[in-house]
Design a protein around this ligand. Sequence first.
Ligand code: NIG
Ligand code: FE
Length: 424
Amino acid sequence: MLIHSASQLLTLSGGPQRGRALGTLGIIENGAVLIRDEKIVAVGKTADLRAAYPHEPGIDVTGNVILPGFVDPHTHVVWGGDRAGEFEKKLTGIPYLEILAAGGGIISTVRQTRTASIETLISQTRPRLLRMFAHGTTTAEAKTGYGLQTATELRLLKALLALDSEGPLELAFTFLGAHAIAPEFKDNPQGYTELVSETMLPILRQWWETHAPHQPPPFVDVFCETKAFDLAQSRQILQKARELGFPLKIHADEFDNLGGASLAVELGAASADHLVRTSDADIAALGKSDTVAVALPCTPFGLAERDYTPAAKILDADGILALATDCNPGTAWNESMQFALALACRYMKLTPAQAIAAATINSAHAIRRADKVGSLEPGKQADLLILSVGDYRQLGYRFGTNLVKQVVKKGRVYSVDVGYYRTA
Ligand code: NIG
Ligand code: FE
């Protein structure tokens, strides 16, 4: 199949985009991409590929942009229930961490998740994944973290594995047993830290070998934050995870600077995420490392806060910057990477080109899948988007509506912008 005549085809080729190199789109005007089975075979000018493959069945996308599918490297997409009531409370001025400390926030979703069956969890999560896909996300990371007890955490993983095998959205998995102190350990955070590191992680290792033998091991993540896990507890959990062979991630500096980003660098984590209150020293450490800095602009927006991840500082320090939705029921229930891009342009002062690179090739690095996704290069998966617009700068500029016309996942074409106005 030859998809041809794109006004602009953005390849994003050439590996992660560090520091001020961010935003190198590799634009081919009047571009085409040749797909065989699930993979990209060639990318180039329409005239050249049509001459080289004259008998290939074609799809004409005149007037449309082609770019790699978005990779969303940070979501908490599997949970039970909702927190609409709490949103109203937050609007009256009660802070997020205060609601958490009073047994609400994450703990409220934990209560609603623990009582949900796997069937309920799957049926509540499926439409979120389909909305992500319809808005152009072709691969997403998905965390557990609303169980905070072994059996429920594993049930969340089981739900995610089932949803991944349904497709079409492909998942990367993260174990976030250390998302909050479990209510049973309210007065004994160290006790819960021991439970995660000494009991849950060894069980997870065995469980994964039995239930997901063909998947790479899941990431292990920790919410390193005041009223969650302090730096020493975060280190204890992540160090143990590393010993057991798990790749690492961390939630760092969402509200307070505890040093989580430097810990991520020290332990060779794939990414450090949030980074709103990160110190200059921690940013300098990130810039010298391969740990990707993942910004989540939907979160300060969702919490109506003023401060966003300081992108200019991260780029000046030569860091690898990526973008994610953080889709979760408490701070950011948003499935659309397009909206994350729009916020990043306004509040992090990224250009559309920088935001696109942060949401494709760099976010693929944040989940260590850049060998397969994140750019349009021969040998990679045929995961790409056909936009309804002809200039990539419409992304970021426009918000609140969907600019994706078709999603191609592993070579299969899904139309997403037709049918809205049809009656039965
Ligand atoms: O990334 N910070 C911790 N976790 C989520 C929020 C989860 C929730 O409130 O349910 C976040 O913002
Ligand atoms: Fe998060």
